[in-house]
Design a protein around this ligand. Structure first.
Ligand SMILES: Cc1cc2nc3c(=O)[nH]c(=O)nc-3n(C[C@H](O)[C@H](O)[C@H](O)COP(=O)(O)OP(=O)(O)OC[C@H]3O[C@@H](n4cnc5c(N)ncnc54)[C@H](O)[C@@H]3O)c2cc1C
Length: 403
């Protein structure tokens, strides 16, 4: 028998265990300091957005600000189609939303968790150990593992402790380089504090151009949400992800210019100015509210110091242009992220030291990694769980074959 320790029973570790267990010569011990697969429960707001309907693996890899090229060989073996198939086989039917995000038909992350647990229970060679792994040492060909309760000896080890676990430290002690951990996919706190009354107001499919230290970083798009302390929603998560390694703060903020009307609404300026011209008796606020939620329209006018009750026909040319520019170039200054609420961690075990075909360490024979502990993170849309299923599969498959 080959004794394998899987440290971390999250989605990636459990996937690795399931595939490794297909070889009956493997005896697998899944260690978790908490409840196995509980990290799945809050995903997708409890609905578990488990994948994204992009079936070309190179296109799929583009959704990962870190890890894109490394994922090519992994996704060529196991990506969206294989994920759907895998879940179908364990009794979880899935469906694709209009925005291409894939969910279980039940819309329940609990169902996904239970199906994976049921599958795990079918394998007599998978055992669960509810202990916190605090140390791993390699002596000759053997791994010595210490937990908060016991000591063990293993032939092989998989580290799958996620972004916030202690796996990076365990890997570092075994000689691995760790790319600095940074929160990604988070809401942003803005310098502009007087928008809290708009908290909860959301806008569909905006585009945003992001600048830092007078350099353009990227133009991104997606849905948008005002919060008590700033801004959020998928477009803001994307910004936080691409800017994860920029040190923006109160003194040196990110400058984000939003087009507040739908990104496909390219003729807004023309339409809005025509609308003002043809309706001289209408109040400016009422015309602007045809394009924006009313309270946001009022805020835009307040910021631009235009009386909302001013009749369209009485606006000066400067005011008309000022309002229309403000809608398509509405600027926020981001001074930080909402700490502790990030969805994913950027950084982790340096990919240069990992063999992508097997996910085995190039430094320590018999040591494998999968999931968020690696320096891989995706945008919102099912990409981070896809990373778990795919890297879990590749590590598990390598352990199934290499005994
Ligand atoms: C609120 C929220 C919503 C999300 N929604 C989505 C979504 O809809 N779609 C998507 O793709 N992604 C989503 N994500 C991201 C996704 O959940 C993670 O990327 C994924 O869970 C990472 O899986 P993992 O197996 O690598 O690690 P984890 O899920 O973090 O699991 C690691 C496990 O290891 C255990 N552990 C850690 N250290 C030790 C140790 N030393 N000894 C023993 N056990 C240890 C932990 O207890 C844990 O159970 C969401 C994240 C959050 C926070």
């Amino acid at each position: 028998m080959t004794k394998i320790a899987v440290i971390g029973g999250g989605p990636s570790g459990i996937t690795a265990a399931l595939f490794a267990a297909q070889n009956k010569e493997n005896e697998i011990f899944v260690f978790d300091k908490s409840i196995i697969l509980n990290t799945l429960l809050p995903t997708g707001g409890g609905r578990c957005n488990l994948a994204f309907a992009q079936y070309n693996f190179k296109e799929l890899a583009k959704f990962y600000p870190r890890g894109e090229k490394f994922l090519y060989s992994i996704f060529s073996k196991f990506s969206t189609a294989q994920t759907i198939d895998f879940f179908e086989k364990i009794g979880v039917k899935t469906y694709t939303q209009d925005d291409l995000r894939i969910f279980p038909v039940s819309n329940s992350s609990k169902e996904v968790k239970n199906a994976l647990l049921k599958e795990t229970a079918k394998h007599k060679n998978i055992k669960k150990v509810f202990e916190n792994v605090v140390e791993i040492k390699k002596k000759d060909k053997i791994f010595e593992l210490k937990t908060n309760k016991n000591s063990y000896i293993f032939d092989k080890v998989v580290i799958s402790t996620g972004g916030r676990g202690t796996g990076q430290k365990l890997a570092q002690n075994l000689g691995h380089n760790i790319i600095e951990l940074r929160p990604a996919l988070s809401s942003l706190i803005t310098k502009e504090k007087d928008f809290s009354a708009l908290s909860g107001v959301s806008l569909k499919d905006l585009s945003a151009s992001v600048f830092f230290e007078n350099k353009k970083i990227k133009t991104l798009s997606g849905d948008f949400l005002f919060t008590h302390r700033g801004i959020s929603g998928p477009v803001v998560y994307k910004i936080s992800s691409y800017c994860a390694y920029l040190d923006f703060n109160e003194k040196n903020p990110l400058t984000i210019s939003f087009n507040l009307v739908n990104k496909n609404f390219e003729t807004f300026d023309e339409k809005f100015l025509n609308n003002l011209k043809h309706n001289p008796q209408k109040e400016t606020a009422s015309i602007l509210s045809e394009y924006l939620p009313k309270n946001l329209a009022l805020k835009v006018l307040e910021v631009k110091q235009v009386n909302p009750k001013t009749k369209a026909g009485q606006l000066t040319k400067t005011d008309r242009l000022k309002i229309s520019k403000s809608v398509t170039d509405f600027v926020f200054h981001a001074v930080g992220i909402t700490k502790g609420e990030e969805i994913v961690t950027a950084g982790g075990v340096d990919l240069k030291e990992i063999e992508p075909k097997t996910l085995e360490s190039k430094l320590v024979e018999g040591l494998y990694f999968c999931g968020e502990v690696l320096d891989i993170d995706g945008l919102t849309g099912g990409f981070n769980l896809q990373n778990c299923w795919s890297t879990g599969y590749v590590a598990g498959q390598a352990l199934k074959e290499k005994v």
